[in-house]
Design a protein around this ligand. Sequence first.
Ligand code: B4P
Length: 193
Amino acid sequence: MFNIILFGPPGSGKGTQSEKLIATYGLKHLSTGDLLRSEISQQTPLGLEAKSIMDRGQLVPDEVVVGMISSALESNPQAKGFLFDGFPRTVAQSESLDKLLSLKNTEIGVVLALEVGEEELVSRLLNRGLTSGRSDDTKESVIRARITEYKNKTTVVADYYSRFNKVVHVPGEGTVEEIFSGLCSEIDKRMSL
Ligand code: B4P
């Protein structure tokens, strides 16, 4: 089993690149953003609580997202590996993920960190907001709040995995294909070990 974390700030291309990576490597895609948006569209109690937090650009509580990931891991016993997209976003989530994976006798193979400048992030997300219907993409103040949450709570996740030599930084600006090729070359080096 080979498990990947696709890491980066909001708008760095995690969702975009994940779709291409799962098609190439046959991994099971687990996006906490998608799981939360599915709860919102079904208007579950969890979704209603999450929506107001996401609309402020803040992170949903750790126990909520860890619970979702734990059930998703349990529901996919046959997966040949997982691609985590937008998770973990705090050190507590990273520690929980490591424990969940060790119960399955597996671990994170690599953390691929997409590097994109702040103004490019804001412009991509405002652009997506024109068509996505995502309420967290329409206001610049909310987008900037998400980037601040990322700096305050999520960048430390890369430090956490750096201690285990698992982080690789990949340029996240350029065409989607150029970035994808950079990600694939890092995965191929490690998958063949
Ligand atoms: P997510 O759904 O994870 O969304 P995101 O980080 O904002 O976007 P992503 O990075 O996937 O977007 P992409 O670059 O693909 O999170 C949303 C919210 O959910 C969070 O703010 C938080 O509240 C909550 N949440 C989720 N997970 C959580 C967790 N673990 N803990 C707590 N809370 C959690 O796309 C951006 C745009 O860029 C697209 O329009 C795309 O077309 C464009 N783009 C992509 N690549 C490009 C390129 N190379 N050039 C130009 N444009 C590009």
